[in-house]
Write a protein that binds this ligand. Structure first.
Ligand code: SF4
Ligand code: SF4
Length: 246
C-alpha cells in the first residue's frame, strides 16, 4: 500500500456542506468534509524507465520511501513543497500529471547532496532531481532552467578546451541567462576575492582570461568525447520516445 499523500487530494475534490444535519446532529462546514472520488487514467507507465535513462536517475527503483532525503534537504527546510521523496513516489507510480503540478520548483535543487549522504539505499536523490528537471525540459514541460544552462556552459568548455576557466564560465552563464555582470553581490564578491587572492594566482587567472588556454593534444580526446555525448543524447531521446534532435 503506498504512503497516503495529502497533496494527492486536489482542493477541487473537497466538498463541504454549509447546512447539513444528520440524525439531528449539526455537521455543517468542515465537519461534513467529503472527498469526491477520483479515477486516475493518466498514468505514464514508462515514467520510471524514462527517468532511469537520464544521468542521475539510474537507481530510482531502489527507493523504499523512508523520507531521509526530504528530512535532510536544504531546500525543503525553506519550502516544504520541495519534497524529493514525494516526487520519487510519483515517478515510480507513473503519476505524471501530479508531478507536473510541481514542475516549476523541482529545478531549485541546489545540489548540496545532503540527501545523497542520508539515503540508505544509494538512490542518489540529487541525481534523480537533476534527471527529473532534465526530463521536464526534454519533454517540453518547462523551459531550460538556469542550473541546466550553467551545466551546459561548463561541459562545453571542458569538452572544447580540456580545461576550465572560471571567469569564462561565469561570464557565459550570465550572458546566456540575460543577467548583468554588474550586480552588486557579484561585484562585492569579486572585489573580496581579489583582495585575498595571492598575486601569482591572480596573474595566472588574468592570463587565462585573455588567452583561453587549452590542454595540449586535446583534439583527439575532444572528438571522442563529442561522439560519446552525441551517442548518449540519442539514446536518451529514444528512451523518452522523442525523435532525433533538430
Ligand atoms: S541535493 Fe537537492 S534534493 Fe538533495 S538535499 Fe540538496 S537541495 Fe535537497
Ligand atoms: S532517502 Fe533514499 S530510500 Fe529514502 S526516500 Fe529518499 S531516495 Fe528513497
Amino acid at each position: 500500500m503506498p504512503i497516503h499523500e495529502k497533496s494527492l487530494i486536489r482542493p477541487e475534490n473537497l466538498v463541504e456542506h454549509e447546512d447539513l444535519f444528520i440524525d439531528g446532529v449539526d455537521v455543517s462546514g468542515h465537519w461534513s468534509t467529503f472527498i469526491n472520488p477520483r479515477a486516475l487514467t493518466d498514468y505514464n507507465e514508462e515514467m520510471q524507465e524514462e527517468i532511469s535513462a537520464l544521468p542521475g536517475g539510474e537507481h530510482i527503483h531502489r527507493c523504499w520511501q523512508c523520507g531521509s532525503c526530504t528530512n535532510a534537504c536544504t531546500v525543503n527546510a525553506l519550502n516544504p513543497d520541495f519534497n524529493p521523496r514525494y516526487w520519487i513516489y510519483l515517478i515510480r507510480n507513473g503519476m505524471e500529471q501530479e508531478l507536473l503540478i510541481d514542475k516549476d520548483i523541482i529545478w531549485q535543487c541546489v545540489s548540496c547532496n545532503k540527501c545523497t549522504y542520508a539515503c540508505p539505499r544509494d538512490v542518489n536523490p540529487e541525481g534523480v532531481m537533476k534527471a527529473t528537471a532534465h526530463w521536464l525540459e526534454m519533454k517540453g514541460h518547462t523551459e531550460k532552467k538556469p542550473s541546466m544552462i550553467f551545466d551546459e556552459g561548463f561541459s562545453e568548455q571542458v569538452i572544447h578546451t580540456g580545461k576550465i576557466e572560471d571567469g569564462l564560465v561565469i561570464r557565459q552563464f550570465f550572458a546566456r541567462t540575460g543577467q548583468k555582470l554588474t550586480q552588486n553581490w557579484l561585484v562585492s564578491m569579486v572585489v573580496s576575492l581579489a583582495k585575498r587572492m595571492p598575486v601569482a594566482l591572480g596573474f595566472k587567472m588574468g592570463l587565462a582570461t585573455v588567452f583561453h588556454p587549452r590542454t595540449r593534444g586535446w583534439d583527439r580526446s575532444r572528438a571522442a568525447i563529442e561522439e560519446y555525448v552525441q551517442e548518449k543524447h540519442a539514446e536518451q531521446r529514444k528512451a523518452l520516445g522523442l525523435g532525433e534532435e533538430a
